[in-house]
Design a protein around this ligand. Sequence first.
Ligand code: ADE
Length: 275
Amino acid sequence: MSTSSYSAQILEAAAFIRKETGIQPEIGLILGSGLGIVADLIENPVAIEYSSIPHFPVSTVEGHAGELVVGSIQGKNVVMMKGRFHTYEGYGVETVSFPVRVMKELGVRTLIVTNAAGGIDTSYEVGDLMVISDHLNLTYRNPLIGPNDNNLGARFPDMSEAYSRRLRQLAHDTAAEQGLSLREGVYAGLLGPSYETPAEIRMLRVLGAAAVGMSTVPEVIVARHAGIEVLGFSCIANMAAGILDQPLSHAEVMETTEKVKPKFLKLVLGIIKAL
Ligand code: ADE
């Protein structure tokens, strides 16, 4: 794909969304497995199916059409991806991160990303919430590979504060006000879709990872390239392989995120209010 056609695609997708909604969002939300419930908090929501947005990736999983929801939360205009794309589904990293480019074009300055992750830090418990301090990109992919469009961002973007220190502090302050315990740690992003082996988890622990998952990294790299400030959360949905004497399952991930929903919702609401 030439850079000019890529930027033309971003502009066309954004123009379509603008025309449909008439709203300029300032906050973008990309929510992980089971946490899409935040969509229910959006006031005066306008939902647009991904399939109707020019150049937008379309989910290949039946029954998971995916839509963009635009509206407001706590008086702030937001755009939310209800349904995200993962590299393990076969999408390229540039496809997974395309919606972030479109968010930027729409006016988004702050991105809140969440995911369900496996706990590597043995002091963590299933159901804990972790604010992401930093990530390890272990996907062996980068969405910025290829010709760089200087209008979109720098050729060699700085990643020394990928997850905003200011927003992390805001998250801790909000959690403290709510009497909620909030961990902070490094998120290791892997391709999946198989869960890690116990040996891989031991390796990740040595590397400094506190949690592991299969998303988030491409979107955050593109957000930083675009100059968007990022706040990330992992919901510790299960303990990673080898920690507990039991196999990992997606059912457990869904069960945990279901239980965590109320405190997670409250935290996200509190943060949006404080932003
Ligand atoms: N998502 C939820 N739990 C996970 C784990 N243990 N590894 C990778 N991704 C996950």
